[in-house]
Design a protein around this ligand. Structure first.
Ligand SMILES: Cc1cc2nc3c(=O)[nH]c(=O)nc-3n(C[C@H](O)[C@H](O)[C@H](O)COP(=O)(O)OP(=O)(O)OC[C@H]3O[C@@H](n4cnc5c(N)ncnc54)[C@H](O)[C@@H]3O)c2cc1C
Length: 474
């Protein structure tokens, strides 16, 4: 059995883990990052392709939170975590939520001003920019439809840098924070899954891991560490803590942004290389409208969801783009590491109000797309009517039921909520797990509720803040 010793062990290399590793390594700490997934060069695979899904997504993209209805979800499993596969959209946490969470969860030093200063720091280390020149046609459709209807819409900035020819490169963690961490002396160990943490009283002493070698061999690795920071994401951080015997307020309160989709056919081809950066905010914070990746495979899956014949539409897939309405859900879920199962069981309960918001979101989205010039709308509803005219949209109100709605999400949070209110939280205001002196969480799990906006900006700002407190404290 191999053994490693480090001062700080960071588990997971996504938005939270990479920021943690870079910040602590640059402050002179000895950092080792272990990542369950492989290290794949960020330029090696085409973004949003099937190859990318197979190589970088956990379970090749097939995972669901069980419930009525189930909600399919996706997460990254590679060096850089979900930042390697995400759309790069970047939105600071709204100030009203910061203030609300500060009060509800009793989070110390958590004010709009403090968070804004950490967001400034993140944005100084990554390139955050709007697309130079005109947005792609799939994004312009959102802007056009919203403008015609008089609805508010915004163009989001993204974590992208642009060259002289205006070619964009997504600033994933493997292109930004992880190289910074390595330059400052950190070690990254890919293909290495932490199975459980080792503990002694109120201290964590390290971790037991299984490392897979490129040839397929598996090696056991133990790591001893002075400090352990778990950054496995909102599903796998609580699962690891539970596998290690730590359960209090860990894994409950899962939050997400469930989304319902439409595949919209236009009379002309739409681009498929990029993901729309416009967002319709008319119904914020509870309903947000945007666009999704729309490669041929995504379009085919979206068209198949109603169960109606789709060959004719698929033959013209270049004219089709997929869009979504996402809600800030009132419901919540759980992550449970069940003995004998490699992956945790994830469940989610939508409330009736959630379902009604999804129906409203779908109808609003349909109206917007027709206003933007779409001629045929395929909803992600089993048996849902394929709509061509505005007067047909009303049929969707009754069709969005628990039995028929096909939902998915890529935003998962809140399974180890932070704050001083011990009834509601699994970790203190800076992510230190209650009951342990040297064990912290520093990822999407800490965010106390669904943020209503894309979460990576909040995760990175909070992770930076927590690192500062760690450095001052230890
Ligand atoms: C398809 C998609 C599109 C998205 N688009 C956007 C967007 O445009 N804008 C935005 O703000 N957000 C977006 N998101 C969400 C955003 O990427 C995530 O919220 C964010 O990356 C979560 O950060 P994290 O650190 O909590 O977890 P992750 O980034 O998921 O990283 C967790 C890492 O930990 C590793 N890990 C887990 N358990 C273990 C273990 N036991 N041992 C070792 N390693 C482990 C995982 O393999 C993974 O690499 C998107 C997500 C997806 C999937």
């Amino acid at each position: 059995m191999a053994h490693l010793a480090t001062e700080v062990l960071v588990i997971g290399s996504g938005a939270g883990g990479a920021v943690t590793a870079a910040t602590l390594a640059e402050a002179g700490r000895t950092v080792t990052v272990v990542e369950e997934g492989p290290w794949i060069d960020a330029d090696a695979l085409e973004p949003f392709s099937l190859d990318e899904m197979v190589a970088k997504y956990r379970h090749h993209g097939l995972a669901a939170a069980l419930g009525n209805p189930a909600v399919a979800y996706a997460e990254g499993r590679c060096v850089g975590g979900s930042t390697e596969i995400n759309s790069g959209l970047y939105h600071r946490l709204p100030d009203d939520l910061v203030a609300e969470w500060q009060t509800r969860y009793g989070i110390d030093e958590f004010t709009p001003e403090a968070l804004a200063s950490y967001a400034d720091r993140v944005e100084g280390r990554l390139s955050v920019a709007k697309v130079p020149g005109a947005p792609p046609a799939s994004s312009a459709a959102l802007e056009r439809g919203a403008t015609k209807l008089g609805w508010r819409n915004v163009e989001f900035a993204r974590v992208f840098s642009y060259d002289d020819q205006q070619r964009g490169t997504k600033q994933t963690m493997s292109r930004t924070m992880l190289p910074r961490a390595i330059a400052a002396g950190a070690t990254i160990v890919p293909d290495c899954r932490v199975q459980r943490l080792t503990r002694q009283g109120d201290r964590v002493t390290g971790a037991r891991c299984r490392r897979t070698h490129p040839g397929g061999g598996v090696e056991r690795l133990t790591i001893s560490a002075d400090h352990v920071i778990v950054c496995g994401g909102a599903v796998h951080s609580p699962a690891l803590l539970q596998r290690s015997g730590i359960w209090r307020n860990i894994g409950n309160g899962l939050k997400m942004h469930p989304t319902i989709k439409i595949a919209a056919r236009f009379p002309h081809p739409v681009d498929h290389g990029d993901v729309p950066m416009h967002r319709v905010t008319e119904f914020s914070p509870f309903i947000a409208i945007g666009g999704s990746a729309s490669r041929k495979g995504h379009v085919a899956m979206a068209l198949a969801e109603t169960g109606a014949p789709y060959q004719d539409a698929l033959a013209e897939w270049e004219h089709i783009s997929t869009y979504y309405a996402a809600i800030r859900s009132e419901g919540s879920g759980r992550v449970v590491a069940a003995p004998g199962l490699r992956s945790p069981l994830v469940t989610y309960s939508l409330t009736d109000a959630d379902l009604s918001r999804l129906a409203r979101g779908l109808v609003n989205l349909g109206e917007l797309l027709l206003a933007a010039g779409a001629t045929e709308l395929h909803p992600s509803v089993v048996g849902g009517r394929v709509v061509h005219r505005i007067d047909e949209l009303g049929s969707w109100w009754d069709q969005v039921t628990r039995a028929r709605a096909n939902l998915m999400t890529v935003h998962l949070t809140s399974t180890v909520r932070m704050g001083e209110n011990r009834e509601r939280t699994g970790a203190d205001s800076f992510g230190r797990v209650w009951g342990y002196r040297n064990l912290r969480v520093n990822d999407g799990s800490l965010i106390p509720d669904a943020p209503g906006v894309n979460p990576q900006a909040a995760i990175m700002a909070i992770a930076t803040r927590n690192c500062d407190q760690f450095l001052a404290d230890s």
